[in-house]
Design a protein around this ligand. Structure first.
Ligand SMILES: C[S@@+](CC[C@H](N)C(=O)[O-])C[C@H]1O[C@@H](n2cnc3c(N)ncnc32)[C@H](O)[C@@H]1O
Length: 114
């Protein structure tokens, strides 16, 4: 799972461990505090093209890194199943309404936070 992730991303590991053994192909995952995205990119491969991973982080610098690497990853694995939202975890459900909700109701099956 790490082989396809850019080296700089792997070396910039701010997480602890790898909880993605809990996920299954097709899962729709919300990653709270996705950071630069290492776990999110492992997860994206586990859930596959039929699944998706939404990363949420309040730090625009982290989001910038992960958004850049998302393009590299989509090329490497052949599909793009990740996207990102900027916001505070504790306020995600208050941001946006209707179709503009940051995390639409019933769009997530399982939550990750590493
Ligand atoms: C240790 S790093 C993330 C590591 C990443 N989950 C991984 O496993 O590679 C923690 C991240 O959580 C974000 N964060 C912390 N508290 C947050 C909050 N209340 N709302 C949104 N993001 C938060 C920080 O901006 C930071 O990018």
């Amino acid at each position: 799972m790490l082989q396809l992730i850019p080296d700089a991303e792997v070396e910039r590991d701010y997480g602890c461990g790898d909880p993605t053994c809990r996920f299954r192909p097709g899962d729709r995952v919300l990653d709270l505090g996705s950071g630069s995205g290492k776990i999110l990119f492992i997860c994206s491969q586990v859930v596959g093209a039929d699944g998706s991973v939404l990363g949420a982080d309040r730090n625009p610098d982290m989001l910038s890194l992960s958004r850049q690497d998302a393009l590299v990853m989509a090329d490497a694995i052949g599909y793009g199943n990740v996207r990102f939202v900027e916001g505070a975890i504790e306020a995600l459900d208050e941001q946006g309404h209707g179709a503009g909700q940051l995390v639409p109701d019933a769009s997530i099956y399982i939550v990750l936070s590493n």
